[in-house]
Design a binder for this molecule. Structure first.
Ligand SMILES: NC(=O)NCCC[C@H](N)C(=O)O
Length: 403
Protein backbone atom coordinates (compact mmCIF):
# COMPACT_ATOMS: atom_id res chain seq x y z
CA UNK A 1 0.00 0.00 0.00
CA UNK A 2 1.24 3.49 -0.87
CA UNK A 3 2.27 5.57 2.11
CA UNK A 4 0.74 9.05 2.36
CA UNK A 5 1.14 11.74 1.31
CA UNK A 6 2.78 12.57 -2.03
CA UNK A 7 1.17 15.60 -3.65
CA UNK A 8 3.27 17.38 -6.25
CA UNK A 9 0.84 19.50 -8.24
CA UNK A 10 -2.76 20.62 -8.76
CA UNK A 11 -3.31 18.91 -12.09
CA UNK A 12 -1.10 15.82 -12.43
CA UNK A 13 -2.86 12.46 -12.27
CA UNK A 14 -4.75 12.07 -9.03
CA UNK A 15 -4.00 8.69 -7.45
CA UNK A 16 -5.51 8.76 -3.99
CA UNK A 17 -7.98 11.09 -2.31
CA UNK A 18 -9.94 11.56 0.92
CA UNK A 19 -13.65 12.32 0.69
CA UNK A 20 -16.33 12.42 3.40
CA UNK A 21 -19.85 11.31 2.54
CA UNK A 22 -22.73 13.26 4.10
CA UNK A 23 -24.28 11.47 7.07
CA UNK A 24 -25.45 12.06 10.63
CA UNK A 25 -23.79 15.48 10.93
CA UNK A 26 -25.80 16.96 8.05
CA UNK A 27 -28.97 15.48 9.55
CA UNK A 28 -28.52 17.95 12.44
CA UNK A 29 -28.80 20.98 10.15
CA UNK A 30 -32.01 22.94 10.69
CA UNK A 31 -33.11 26.34 9.43
CA UNK A 32 -32.13 27.86 12.76
CA UNK A 33 -28.72 26.15 13.03
CA UNK A 34 -27.44 26.00 9.47
CA UNK A 35 -26.02 29.54 9.44
CA UNK A 36 -23.91 28.92 12.52
CA UNK A 37 -22.74 25.65 10.95
CA UNK A 38 -21.64 27.50 7.77
CA UNK A 39 -24.36 26.02 5.55
CA UNK A 40 -26.66 28.25 3.52
CA UNK A 41 -29.60 25.89 3.73
CA UNK A 42 -30.68 22.55 5.16
CA UNK A 43 -29.87 19.52 3.07
CA UNK A 44 -31.96 16.73 1.53
CA UNK A 45 -29.65 14.16 3.02
CA UNK A 46 -30.63 11.08 1.04
CA UNK A 47 -30.21 12.92 -2.27
CA UNK A 48 -26.88 14.38 -1.15
CA UNK A 49 -25.69 10.87 -0.29
CA UNK A 50 -26.75 9.58 -3.71
CA UNK A 51 -24.98 12.47 -5.43
CA UNK A 52 -21.86 11.96 -3.33
CA UNK A 53 -21.82 8.28 -4.32
CA UNK A 54 -21.97 9.41 -7.93
CA UNK A 55 -18.92 11.61 -7.25
CA UNK A 56 -16.93 8.77 -5.68
CA UNK A 57 -18.01 6.33 -8.42
CA UNK A 58 -16.69 8.73 -11.05
CA UNK A 59 -13.38 9.01 -9.20
CA UNK A 60 -13.08 5.24 -8.85
CA UNK A 61 -13.89 4.75 -12.52
CA UNK A 62 -10.74 6.78 -13.21
CA UNK A 63 -8.68 4.34 -11.14
CA UNK A 64 -8.37 6.77 -8.22
CA UNK A 65 -8.24 5.32 -4.71
CA UNK A 66 -11.11 6.93 -2.78
CA UNK A 67 -10.94 6.81 0.99
CA UNK A 68 -13.78 8.03 3.17
CA UNK A 69 -12.65 10.00 6.21
CA UNK A 70 -15.09 8.00 8.35
CA UNK A 71 -13.24 4.78 7.46
CA UNK A 72 -9.88 6.30 8.39
CA UNK A 73 -11.44 7.43 11.67
CA UNK A 74 -12.88 3.98 12.39
CA UNK A 75 -9.41 2.48 11.79
CA UNK A 76 -7.76 4.78 14.31
CA UNK A 77 -10.53 4.43 16.89
CA UNK A 78 -9.50 0.77 17.17
CA UNK A 79 -6.12 2.03 18.44
CA UNK A 80 -6.42 2.71 22.20
CA UNK A 81 -4.16 5.82 22.49
CA UNK A 82 -5.80 7.42 19.42
CA UNK A 83 -9.25 6.76 20.82
CA UNK A 84 -8.35 8.18 24.21
CA UNK A 85 -6.79 11.32 22.73
CA UNK A 86 -9.76 11.96 20.48
CA UNK A 87 -12.41 11.40 23.13
CA UNK A 88 -10.43 13.67 25.46
CA UNK A 89 -10.30 16.36 22.75
CA UNK A 90 -14.03 16.28 21.92
CA UNK A 91 -15.61 15.44 25.28
CA UNK A 92 -14.41 18.18 27.61
CA UNK A 93 -15.64 20.26 30.51
CA UNK A 94 -16.20 23.03 27.95
CA UNK A 95 -18.42 20.91 25.70
CA UNK A 96 -20.36 18.59 28.04
CA UNK A 97 -19.88 20.36 31.37
CA UNK A 98 -17.81 19.44 34.36
CA UNK A 99 -20.38 17.11 35.91
CA UNK A 100 -20.63 14.85 32.86
CA UNK A 101 -17.13 14.86 31.50
CA UNK A 102 -15.64 11.80 33.22
CA UNK A 103 -18.78 9.63 32.88
CA UNK A 104 -19.27 10.47 29.21
CA UNK A 105 -15.62 9.81 28.40
CA UNK A 106 -15.91 6.37 30.03
CA UNK A 107 -19.16 5.67 28.12
CA UNK A 108 -17.55 6.72 24.81
CA UNK A 109 -14.62 4.45 25.53
CA UNK A 110 -16.98 1.45 25.58
CA UNK A 111 -18.58 2.22 22.21
CA UNK A 112 -17.52 0.32 19.09
CA UNK A 113 -15.32 2.25 16.60
CA UNK A 114 -18.13 2.79 14.06
CA UNK A 115 -20.60 4.07 16.64
CA UNK A 116 -17.96 6.31 18.19
CA UNK A 117 -16.95 7.65 14.76
CA UNK A 118 -20.56 8.62 14.08
CA UNK A 119 -20.78 10.35 17.44
CA UNK A 120 -17.53 12.27 16.94
CA UNK A 121 -18.56 13.37 13.45
CA UNK A 122 -22.33 13.64 13.93
CA UNK A 123 -22.51 14.98 17.48
CA UNK A 124 -24.37 13.88 20.60
CA UNK A 125 -27.55 15.29 22.11
CA UNK A 126 -28.49 15.14 25.78
CA UNK A 127 -31.17 12.52 25.20
CA UNK A 128 -28.76 10.31 23.22
CA UNK A 129 -26.32 10.25 26.14
CA UNK A 130 -26.80 7.74 28.98
CA UNK A 131 -28.41 8.89 32.28
CA UNK A 132 -27.25 12.45 32.09
CA UNK A 133 -28.29 15.03 34.60
CA UNK A 134 -26.63 18.08 36.10
CA UNK A 135 -26.49 21.71 35.10
CA UNK A 136 -25.44 21.42 31.44
CA UNK A 137 -28.00 18.71 30.59
CA UNK A 138 -30.83 20.52 32.39
CA UNK A 139 -30.12 23.86 30.79
CA UNK A 140 -29.58 22.48 27.26
CA UNK A 141 -32.68 20.27 27.39
CA UNK A 142 -33.09 16.84 25.78
CA UNK A 143 -32.30 18.02 22.23
CA UNK A 144 -29.35 20.17 23.24
CA UNK A 145 -26.00 19.23 21.76
CA UNK A 146 -23.31 18.03 24.15
CA UNK A 147 -20.89 17.24 21.36
CA UNK A 148 -21.23 19.46 18.29
CA UNK A 149 -21.79 17.86 14.87
CA UNK A 150 -19.14 18.57 12.22
CA UNK A 151 -21.07 18.83 8.93
CA UNK A 152 -18.20 20.62 7.17
CA UNK A 153 -16.03 17.50 7.38
CA UNK A 154 -17.78 16.85 4.08
CA UNK A 155 -15.29 19.39 2.71
CA UNK A 156 -12.05 17.65 3.72
CA UNK A 157 -10.06 20.03 1.51
CA UNK A 158 -9.98 22.61 4.26
CA UNK A 159 -9.09 20.92 7.54
CA UNK A 160 -5.90 19.31 6.26
CA UNK A 161 -3.69 19.52 3.22
CA UNK A 162 -0.78 17.65 1.74
CA UNK A 163 2.30 19.30 0.29
CA UNK A 164 4.80 16.89 -1.26
CA UNK A 165 5.53 14.41 1.54
CA UNK A 166 4.17 16.61 4.30
CA UNK A 167 0.77 16.78 5.92
CA UNK A 168 -0.52 19.98 7.50
CA UNK A 169 -3.64 20.55 9.52
CA UNK A 170 -5.67 23.68 9.08
CA UNK A 171 -6.35 26.15 11.83
CA UNK A 172 -10.01 26.79 11.17
CA UNK A 173 -11.28 30.38 11.15
CA UNK A 174 -14.70 29.59 12.68
CA UNK A 175 -15.61 27.60 15.77
CA UNK A 176 -18.08 25.49 13.74
CA UNK A 177 -15.07 23.78 12.10
CA UNK A 178 -12.70 23.80 15.08
CA UNK A 179 -13.46 20.19 16.06
CA UNK A 180 -12.38 18.83 12.67
CA UNK A 181 -8.67 19.16 13.29
CA UNK A 182 -8.71 16.86 16.35
CA UNK A 183 -10.08 14.11 14.10
CA UNK A 184 -7.44 14.77 11.45
CA UNK A 185 -4.72 14.86 14.10
CA UNK A 186 -5.71 11.41 15.39
CA UNK A 187 -5.63 10.07 11.81
CA UNK A 188 -2.29 11.68 10.97
CA UNK A 189 -0.68 10.61 14.24
CA UNK A 190 -1.96 7.04 14.37
CA UNK A 191 -3.09 5.73 11.00
CA UNK A 192 -0.52 3.27 9.59
CA UNK A 193 -0.72 4.82 6.11
CA UNK A 194 0.35 8.20 7.48
CA UNK A 195 3.34 6.78 9.36
CA UNK A 196 5.84 8.08 6.78
CA UNK A 197 4.30 11.55 6.61
CA UNK A 198 6.38 14.58 7.47
CA UNK A 199 4.66 17.05 9.78
CA UNK A 200 6.25 20.30 8.72
CA UNK A 201 3.87 22.43 10.75
CA UNK A 202 3.12 20.29 13.78
CA UNK A 203 2.04 22.96 16.23
CA UNK A 204 0.16 25.63 14.35
CA UNK A 205 -0.55 28.86 16.14
CA UNK A 206 -3.90 30.54 16.42
CA UNK A 207 -3.79 32.36 13.09
CA UNK A 208 -6.25 30.72 10.68
CA UNK A 209 -5.17 28.71 7.67
CA UNK A 210 -7.58 26.57 5.62
CA UNK A 211 -6.70 24.13 2.84
CA UNK A 212 -9.12 25.58 0.29
CA UNK A 213 -6.73 28.53 0.11
CA UNK A 214 -3.67 26.40 -0.64
CA UNK A 215 -2.59 25.15 -4.07
CA UNK A 216 0.48 23.05 -4.82
CA UNK A 217 1.67 24.70 -8.05
CA UNK A 218 4.75 22.49 -8.28
CA UNK A 219 7.20 20.58 -6.11
CA UNK A 220 8.79 23.88 -5.16
CA UNK A 221 5.98 26.45 -5.12
CA UNK A 222 2.72 26.98 -3.23
CA UNK A 223 -0.05 29.47 -3.88
CA UNK A 224 -2.02 30.62 -0.83
CA UNK A 225 -5.11 32.81 -0.76
CA UNK A 226 -5.64 35.27 2.08
CA UNK A 227 -9.28 36.30 2.03
CA UNK A 228 -12.12 35.56 4.42
CA UNK A 229 -10.36 32.56 5.98
CA UNK A 230 -6.55 32.33 5.84
CA UNK A 231 -4.56 35.08 7.57
CA UNK A 232 -1.14 36.43 6.54
CA UNK A 233 0.17 35.66 10.03
CA UNK A 234 -0.46 31.95 9.34
CA UNK A 235 1.00 32.09 5.83
CA UNK A 236 4.32 33.50 7.08
CA UNK A 237 4.61 30.83 9.78
CA UNK A 238 3.69 28.04 7.42
CA UNK A 239 6.10 29.26 4.73
CA UNK A 240 8.94 29.30 7.23
CA UNK A 241 8.08 25.82 8.52
CA UNK A 242 7.91 24.44 4.96
CA UNK A 243 11.22 26.09 4.03
CA UNK A 244 12.85 24.65 7.17
CA UNK A 245 11.47 21.20 6.33
CA UNK A 246 12.81 21.51 2.76
CA UNK A 247 9.31 20.99 1.33
CA UNK A 248 9.07 24.10 -0.88
CA UNK A 249 11.20 27.12 -1.88
CA UNK A 250 8.55 29.72 -2.66
CA UNK A 251 5.11 30.61 -1.31
CA UNK A 252 2.98 33.06 -3.27
CA UNK A 253 0.63 34.79 -0.85
CA UNK A 254 -2.47 36.20 -2.57
CA UNK A 255 -4.45 39.03 -1.00
CA UNK A 256 -8.07 38.69 -2.06
CA UNK A 257 -11.35 40.41 -1.21
CA UNK A 258 -13.09 38.98 1.85
CA UNK A 259 -16.57 37.56 1.34
CA UNK A 260 -18.71 34.47 1.83
CA UNK A 261 -18.89 33.81 -1.92
CA UNK A 262 -15.11 33.90 -2.19
CA UNK A 263 -14.24 32.42 1.21
CA UNK A 264 -11.25 30.44 -0.16
CA UNK A 265 -9.01 30.96 -3.18
CA UNK A 266 -10.45 27.80 -4.74
CA UNK A 267 -13.94 29.30 -4.83
CA UNK A 268 -12.76 31.77 -7.50
CA UNK A 269 -9.82 30.03 -9.16
CA UNK A 270 -8.81 26.43 -9.87
CA UNK A 271 -6.25 24.95 -12.23
CA UNK A 272 -7.53 22.54 -14.89
CA UNK A 273 -4.24 21.78 -16.63
CA UNK A 274 -0.62 22.86 -16.43
CA UNK A 275 -1.45 26.01 -18.43
CA UNK A 276 -5.23 26.33 -18.12
CA UNK A 277 -7.40 27.52 -15.24
CA UNK A 278 -10.93 28.62 -14.54
CA UNK A 279 -11.47 31.90 -12.69
CA UNK A 280 -14.17 34.32 -11.62
CA UNK A 281 -12.81 37.52 -13.14
CA UNK A 282 -14.61 39.90 -10.76
CA UNK A 283 -12.50 38.58 -7.86
CA UNK A 284 -9.43 37.13 -9.61
CA UNK A 285 -8.62 40.52 -11.14
CA UNK A 286 -8.59 42.11 -7.69
CA UNK A 287 -5.98 39.68 -6.27
CA UNK A 288 -2.48 40.98 -5.53
CA UNK A 289 0.53 38.81 -4.72
CA UNK A 290 3.61 38.69 -2.52
CA UNK A 291 6.29 36.05 -3.00
CA UNK A 292 7.86 34.60 0.12
CA UNK A 293 11.24 32.86 -0.09
CA UNK A 294 13.75 31.69 2.50
CA UNK A 295 16.04 34.52 3.59
CA UNK A 296 19.75 34.07 4.14
CA UNK A 297 19.49 34.40 7.96
CA UNK A 298 18.33 31.10 9.49
CA UNK A 299 14.58 31.00 10.14
CA UNK A 300 13.97 34.31 8.32
CA UNK A 301 11.74 34.85 5.31
CA UNK A 302 12.13 37.22 2.40
CA UNK A 303 8.98 38.94 1.10
CA UNK A 304 8.70 40.63 -2.31
CA UNK A 305 5.60 42.40 -3.63
CA UNK A 306 4.81 41.13 -7.14
CA UNK A 307 4.15 43.89 -9.64
CA UNK A 308 2.29 41.83 -12.27
CA UNK A 309 -1.35 40.66 -12.05
CA UNK A 310 -2.25 37.46 -10.17
CA UNK A 311 -2.78 35.30 -13.27
CA UNK A 312 0.60 36.33 -14.71
CA UNK A 313 2.31 35.53 -11.41
CA UNK A 314 0.72 32.06 -11.46
CA UNK A 315 1.77 31.47 -15.10
CA UNK A 316 5.34 32.49 -14.33
CA UNK A 317 5.42 30.22 -11.26
CA UNK A 318 4.14 27.32 -13.37
CA UNK A 319 6.91 27.98 -15.90
CA UNK A 320 4.35 28.82 -18.61
CA UNK A 321 4.48 31.77 -21.01
CA UNK A 322 0.86 32.51 -20.10
CA UNK A 323 -2.15 30.98 -18.44
CA UNK A 324 -5.22 30.31 -20.56
CA UNK A 325 -8.07 31.40 -18.33
CA UNK A 326 -11.60 30.14 -18.79
CA UNK A 327 -13.85 32.66 -17.05
CA UNK A 328 -17.14 31.86 -15.33
CA UNK A 329 -19.80 31.66 -18.04
CA UNK A 330 -22.65 34.03 -18.85
CA UNK A 331 -23.42 37.71 -18.29
CA UNK A 332 -22.56 39.29 -14.96
CA UNK A 333 -25.72 37.95 -13.30
CA UNK A 334 -25.11 34.40 -14.51
CA UNK A 335 -21.43 34.63 -13.65
CA UNK A 336 -22.20 35.67 -10.09
CA UNK A 337 -24.68 32.77 -9.75
CA UNK A 338 -22.39 30.13 -11.25
CA UNK A 339 -19.46 31.28 -9.13
CA UNK A 340 -21.70 31.07 -6.02
CA UNK A 341 -22.64 27.54 -7.09
CA UNK A 342 -18.97 26.55 -7.34
CA UNK A 343 -18.62 26.81 -11.11
CA UNK A 344 -14.96 27.77 -10.71
CA UNK A 345 -14.34 25.10 -8.08
CA UNK A 346 -13.51 22.10 -10.23
CA UNK A 347 -11.38 19.11 -9.29
CA UNK A 348 -8.65 18.23 -11.78
CA UNK A 349 -8.22 14.46 -11.86
CA UNK A 350 -5.45 14.62 -14.46
CA UNK A 351 -4.09 17.10 -17.00
CA UNK A 352 -7.04 18.74 -18.79
CA UNK A 353 -9.69 16.56 -17.13
CA UNK A 354 -11.94 17.85 -14.34
CA UNK A 355 -14.98 16.94 -12.25
CA UNK A 356 -17.57 19.73 -12.02
CA UNK A 357 -21.10 20.31 -10.73
CA UNK A 358 -23.73 19.80 -13.45
CA UNK A 359 -25.66 22.99 -12.71
CA UNK A 360 -22.94 25.37 -13.92
CA UNK A 361 -23.80 24.80 -17.55
CA UNK A 362 -22.31 28.03 -18.96
CA UNK A 363 -18.96 27.63 -17.29
CA UNK A 364 -18.80 23.92 -18.12
CA UNK A 365 -19.53 24.69 -21.78
CA UNK A 366 -16.71 27.25 -21.89
CA UNK A 367 -14.35 24.75 -20.27
CA UNK A 368 -15.26 22.14 -22.88
CA UNK A 369 -14.78 24.68 -25.69
CA UNK A 370 -11.30 25.31 -24.32
CA UNK A 371 -10.55 21.59 -24.67
CA UNK A 372 -11.02 20.56 -21.06
CA UNK A 373 -12.74 17.22 -20.49
CA UNK A 374 -15.53 18.01 -18.01
CA UNK A 375 -17.25 15.17 -16.14
CA UNK A 376 -20.30 16.36 -14.23
CA UNK A 377 -22.30 15.17 -11.26
CA UNK A 378 -25.25 16.76 -9.41
CA UNK A 379 -24.34 19.64 -7.10
CA UNK A 380 -27.78 20.90 -6.04
CA UNK A 381 -27.71 19.31 -2.57
CA UNK A 382 -23.95 18.89 -2.06
CA UNK A 383 -23.47 22.58 -2.77
CA UNK A 384 -25.69 23.77 0.07
CA UNK A 385 -22.64 24.15 2.28
CA UNK A 386 -20.98 26.30 -0.45
CA UNK A 387 -18.35 23.84 -1.55
CA UNK A 388 -17.68 22.31 -4.95
CA UNK A 389 -15.79 19.25 -6.23
CA UNK A 390 -12.38 20.55 -5.18
CA UNK A 391 -13.68 21.22 -1.64
CA UNK A 392 -15.21 17.72 -1.47
CA UNK A 393 -11.77 16.15 -1.87
CA UNK A 394 -8.36 16.14 -0.19
CA UNK A 395 -5.69 14.66 -2.46
CA UNK A 396 -3.19 12.33 -0.78
CA UNK A 397 -1.23 11.23 -3.83
CA UNK A 398 -0.99 13.27 -7.03
CA UNK A 399 1.67 13.21 -9.75
CA UNK A 400 3.66 16.23 -10.85
CA UNK A 401 1.94 18.57 -13.35
CA UNK A 402 1.69 17.11 -16.82
CA UNK A 403 2.28 13.55 -15.55
N1 LIG B 1 -12.54 25.03 -0.09
C1 LIG B 1 -13.80 25.43 0.08
O1 LIG B 1 -14.22 26.43 -0.46
N2 LIG B 1 -14.53 24.73 0.95
C2 LIG B 1 -15.91 24.96 1.18
C3 LIG B 1 -16.19 25.05 2.63
C4 LIG B 1 -17.65 25.28 2.92
C5 LIG B 1 -17.96 25.30 4.38
N3 LIG B 1 -19.36 25.31 4.60
C6 LIG B 1 -17.35 26.51 5.06
O2 LIG B 1 -18.00 27.54 5.11
O3 LIG B 1 -16.24 26.41 5.56
Amino acid sequence: MTAFPAVQSETGHLRSVIVCAPGPAQARLTPSTCDAMLFDDVMWLEQAQTDHRRFTTLLEAEGIEVIDLRDLLIDVLAIAPARKALVAARVTADTVGIGLCDDLRAWCDDLGPARLADLLMGGLTVDEAPDVSGLTAQVLGPEGLLVAPLPNLMFPRDSSLCVNGGVIRGTMRYAARGGETAILKAIHDHHPRFREAAHPWPVPGLAPLEGGDVMVLSRSTLLIGMGERTAPQAVGQMARALFDAGQVQRVIACTMPKGRASMHLDTVFTLCDRDRATAYPEVAEAITCHSIRPASAPGAIDVTAETTPFLNVVAEALGQPGLRVIATGGDRYLRAREQWDDGNNVLAIGPGKVLAYDRNTRTNTLLRKAGIEVITFPGGELGRGRGGPRCLSCPLVRDAAGD
